[in-house]
Write a protein that binds this ligand. Sequence first.
Ligand SMILES: [Ca+2]
Ligand SMILES: [Ca+2]
Length: 517
Amino acid sequence: MRRSGSALLRAAVVAGLLAAVAIPAALATATPSRSSNAAARANVAAGSCESLTGLQLRNTTIDSAVVAPASETTPASCRVRASVTHPPAGDDVNIDIWMPVEGWNGRFQGVGGGGYAGSNPGSLAAPVANGYAAGSTDTGHVGGAFEGDFALDPDGGLNWQLIRDNAYLGVHEMTVVGKAVTAAFYGRQARRSYWNGCSTGGRQGLSEAQRYPQDYDGILSVAPAINWSRFIPAEFWPQLVMKETGNFLPQCKFAAFQAAAIEECDRVGDGATDSVIGDPGRCRFDARSLIGQSTECGTITASDAEIVNKIIAGARSSEGDFLWYGLAPGSPFDGLANTVTSDAVTTGAPFPIALTHIGIWLLQDPAWDWKTATYEQYDQLFTQSVEQYTSVIGTDNPDLRAFKRAGGKILIWHGWADQLIFPEGTIAYYERVQDVVGGTRETEEFARLFMAPGVYHCAGGPGPQPDDPLSQVVAWVEKGRAPKTLNGVRRDAGGTSSRRGRSACIRRSRVTRAVAA
Ligand SMILES: [Ca+2]
Ligand SMILES: [Ca+2]
């Protein structure tokens, strides 16, 4: 018998998190977007698609520019591939820009990636079908969502240029090149630019708002992988707890705990019995209430309950100090506490990105065996991660004042039942933004966070998923209509809408479960 944590999860990860192939672009240093405007102004006459190969941009090569005929899902589009490098590094940030030949809506859209993957040109089809000129980038390396070993050179040293390209530079270069190519093709600049991404894509959107506040007028940032240097090592915590306890729980026990948490707290925050916890931040679920309960994979023990409580509490140091948030009650455990049961033996199945971060990015040891990890080593690894990676890829700088001054608007939403990125980390970031910006009202003028009860990572789950929130970003930017709620739809397996609901904008102090950092 072989039972593993979930095809569903994998599908969600692949759909949301995943995405990525790559292609390049980039100006030498972190040049603000004004340079793109300058480049664009030099090319005000509309050009043929093929002529775009002659476009001159700093450190950029236009590799190809061809018209792709219309398909069933996509109109005829001019497709440009470009490469950007940062001398003398010799890196290669690959960029794809697709532009509808007819029916351009005057806007540019940057599309984000997932996991370690910068983005995927396939994700450009939808925005192009909606009239956008759109861009994606591999952020300097080729590979899928779980492939993070680009950070390590063959000699075992860290490749900081590739880390920077992936962390923040690649997306900025894509944006600069994308705007310039768009202006050259249509003979006028895009009147507005939007960012659209989930997970790493959500992080990339906030990276743009933090580092390049003039790149985008509107940003949709979903389940953002911000706080990267903290939450990625925290993703390993559930496996460490099981390993150190010597007790890997079969998934059917985890399913029993998830169901019990939902039953216990179903009415919290929404007053409705609908298998969705309205406000998990106020749920006081104690896994010990299940001790002695029988499941098809054995009786729940005190050790099982203690492990689940530790996973929900979140990563702690060996002294018991707060390191990071845990999974919210009601979330699936099969993302981070995944296990495989075979012939009655259960073993851990850690989330691949957490393993790569520790083994490759921290220890620089591709042969690292996670089963050798201890609580004491984890303390050191967590500290190392924060010290070594916060400034480059943490993406947790709360100072969005320059973005606000530039007129930008950002809509963030996060599923309360996210099984991969701890939602309270996003809430804590938003509270820090409010502190820096000067208050709730001042923040809501340009940045709003919505929590979606019962929604998994990027998509899925029993709760209604926000439906087309990008159009709400566009209405906010172009018509001044700030979003107050996000209307959501839950789609059944067959794709039919089965229920509607709303995610409310959160304000302050909704994190009541966690200890302050
Ligand atoms: Ca290239
Ligand atoms: Ca409920």
